[in-house]
Design a protein around this ligand. Structure first.
Ligand code: AMP
Length: 217
């Protein structure tokens, strides 16, 4: 299957992608993770990305386009879940053209709907494992006791000023992607509030409408 998971920052795209990945044998292509990996490598490109990401801005379309397309090409254009891409109408247009060119259209665009007040509460309590990228919520999903607390860190872009900027950027640049897909029969809105497993079940149910939910589709 070829899936896009879409939604505002803190909607649970990463958490839900990881569950779908395990359940359906897909590979998660998370552009935020790819960007953070580039920053960790300390490359020139990584240094440029760092400024954008820490301020809560989007990195330039052309830079993320090649990263996302290379990742999808490495997977032979199949069995992936795109998490955090596309985030602008330009990226969506490129993605559709790129997949059409490789005869690999998306099966579904899953749009997680979460009210803004929940988002702020989620993001300010989110912590990430510095090595594995696993995410936790201090109240609802705290890191297990055997994890080294020094490795549990707050993402620089989860600080209050950056959260505000990310939400502004989302409204301005990413919400139009919803319009782009809204009338497309592959586009489905799913409530992202409630227990993680409950949201996971909703997503599986929706995916069942598009293709048999198994590892080979
Ligand atoms: P995420 O981990 O998905 O929340 O992404 C973290 C940050 O990476 C975002 O706030 C952006 O700065 C950057 N980023 C991730 N995906 C994209 C994208 N598709 N286009 C532009 N910037 C992105």
């Amino acid at each position: 299957m070829r899936i896009v998971i879409f939604g505002p920052p803190g909607a649970g795209k990463g958490t839900q992608s990881r569950l779908l990945k395990e359940r359906l044998g897909l590979t998660q292509v998370a552009t935020g993770d790819l960007i953070r990996a580039e920053i960790k490598r300390g490359t020139q490109l990584g240094r440029t990305f760092q400024t954008y990401i820490e301020e809560g801005k989007l990195v330039p379309d052309a830079d993320i386009r090649s990263i996302a397309e290379q990742a999808v090409a490495r997977l032979d254009y199949n069995h992936f879940i795109l998490d955090g891409y596309p985030r602008t109408v330009q990226q969506a247009t490129w993605l559709e053209a790129f997949l059409a060119e490789h005869h690999a259209p998306l099966h579904a665009v899953l749009s997680l709907i979460v009210p803004t007040e929940n988002i702020v509460a989620r993001l300010s309590q989110r912590r990430m494992h510095a090595e594995t990228g696993d995410t936790y919520h201090l109240t609802f999903n705290p890191p297990p006791a055997d994890v080294n607390p020094a490795l549990i860190q707050q993402r620089p872009d989860d600080r209050p000023e950056a959260i505000r900027e990310r939400l502004r950027v989302y409204d301005e640049q990413t919400l139009p992607v919803r319009k782009f897909y809204e009338k497309d029969p592959r586009y489905v809105e799913i409530s992202g509030t409630g227990e993680v497993q409950e949201v996971h079940r909703r997503l599986l149910e929706v995916l069942g409408r598009f293709a048999p939910v198994d590892r080979t589709a």
